[in-house]
Design a protein around this ligand. Structure first.
Ligand code: PLP
Length: 444
């Protein structure tokens, strides 16, 4: 098909040139929006923070996935976005960014979806995705959500403890169960195995109970922690999964799928994928199908956030008369910068310059002895609402200037709040720097 040939072409491009983002497309969208605002007369909210999402970047990340992990079908993790070409069967994790257009694109690409709640399942089903392309990857589920999943035919779900098995027996005995095992996630940004995952010394007992209850265990799942940094954790996790596969098969379960979870980041993706691929080839025969639940990997670099300086306070050093500034943005830790708190991120401000000046300027800070020093704060009344402690720019920033932050697609707007009455539903301007993504979405 044309999609397949496009895919082959892009894979070879990425192999030779890297998956670079055409930033001028994002820059033009940022500038157009910012320059359309009438600052003297605009209504409250018109100058609110906004995102530019490049759906072409999601598409490119999928190409990279297919190139490096051809055996693993992504299930976008809570809308992590998953893409599938021809027989590809990707499950992406919805949770990290449930953006409707991202889900639509992933759905068009044929990937699966990893959902954590009734609302996420509902959102994916409404997009027209078949229930068989959804995994309810939450080992500790709400009773009524399990009933909802059963009513919708969403059969695949995870468990990691005996109580959950009794729950499934009562509410959805026909479920297709994945035993989630714990991993060594000590080098990840966000540890998940503190909360979820069966210890290796408990798996045999859980499988024995599942057998006794007449339940259907079909696979094993794990998650090496979000923002994982050590590729070798994938090797150990696959080895552990092999042990559990053997145990399950000894009870007569037909183990058909391994779910390798999420945890992938764009900057370490190739090295992670290499270790994972080798481990899969060594420990999992080709009869076992492999799915993944990438979240952050698919969306992080696709979203750029633009924010407006609403206020400035000048600080003068009494001894040197040197000036520094506190600038206050219309977005902060209680908003889209929730990633600082929950996801341990350190977003870097860059200056968006408009008018006749060059815009989409590069970050001008050099070292602690050059430029003008700023601290950057959010709009709420809380002192914790600080985005950057100290950053230097070559030029003076003032009220009305805009800053932008790249890599704001994962675990940002999905965990924003309405604290102090600030808006938590900001506009997203969509661009698609890949013709393939434009074609699938019917965009010009
Ligand atoms: N799958 C599950 C079960 C998760 O809990 C998460 C994130 O918390 C993901 C997938 C997505 O992980 P990541 O964004 O690290 O790829």
């Amino acid at each position: 098909t044309s999609l397949d040939s496009y895919y082959d072409e892009k894979c070879s491009y990425i192999e030779h040139h890297g998956a670079n983002i055409p930033k001028h497309i994002i820059g033009a969208a940022l500038k157009k929006r910012v320059e359309s605002i009438d600052y003297e007369a605009c209504e409250p909210g018109d100058e609110d923070t906004f995102f530019v999402a490049d759906l072409g970047e999601v598409y490119r990340q999928h190409m990279r996935w297919k190139l490096n992990l051809p055996r693993v079908k992504p299930f976008y993790g809570e809308f992590c976005l998953s893409w599938g070409f021809s027989q590809a069967n990707v499950t992406s994790a919805v949770k990290c960014n449930p953006d409707a257009q991202v889900i639509r694109l992933l759905s068009e690409l044929g990937t699966g979806f990893d959902c954590a709640s009734k609302a996420e399942i509902e959102q994916v089903l409404k997009t027209g995705v078949d229930p068989s392309r959804i995994i309810y990857a939450q080992p500790c589920k709400t009773n009524s959500y399990v009933r909802y999943a059963a009513s919708q035919g969403v059969k695949q779900m995870t468990f990691d403890n005996a109580d959950e098995l009794y729950k499934v027996k009562k509410l959805f005995p026909g479920a297709e169960l994945f035993l989630r095992i714990s991993t060594d996630d000590s080098t990840s940004l966000c540890r998940l195995s503190l909360k979820f995952g069966a210890a290796m010394d408990s798996t045999n007992g859980l499988l024995s109970l599942a057998k006794e209850l007449g339940l259907n265990v079909v696979g094993v799942s794990f998650h090496v922690g979000s923002g994982a940094s050590d590729p070798n954790v994938f090797l150990k996790a696959v080895q552990d999964a092999r042990v559990v596969f053997n145990q399950a098969e000894s009870y007569g379960f037909h183990m058909r799928t391994l779910d390798v979870g999420g945890g992938f980041s764009s900057d370490t993706f190739e090295s992670m994928a290499a270790v994972l691929s080798d481990a899969l080839d060594e420990y999992m025969p080709s009869s076992v199908s492999i799915i993944g639940e990438p979240g952050r990997y698919y969306v992080s670099s696709a979203f750029t956030l633009a924010t407006h300086i609403i206020a400035r306070r000048t600080i003068e050093n009494p001894e040197t008369s040197e000036k520094s500034y506190m600038v206050y943005l219309n977005d902060g830790l209680y908003g889209n910068f929730s990633s600082i708190m929950f996801d341990h991120q350190n977003p870097v401000a860059q200056v968006l310059r408009t008018g006749n000046r060059t815009y989409f300027d590069t970050f001008a800070a050099r070292d602690s002895h050059h430029g003008i020093e700023y601290s950057i704060w959010g709009p709420t009344c809380d002192g914790i609402d600080r985005i950057a402690d100290s950053i230097r720019f070559d030029h003076t920033l003032d009220v009305g200037d805009w800053l932008y932050f790249e890599d704001m697609g994962a675990y940002t707007k999905c965990s924003a709040t309405r604290f102090n009455g600030f808006n938590d539903a900001h506009d997203v301007i969509y661009v698609a720097s890949e013709p393939g993504a434009r074609a699938l979405l019917g965009m010009k």
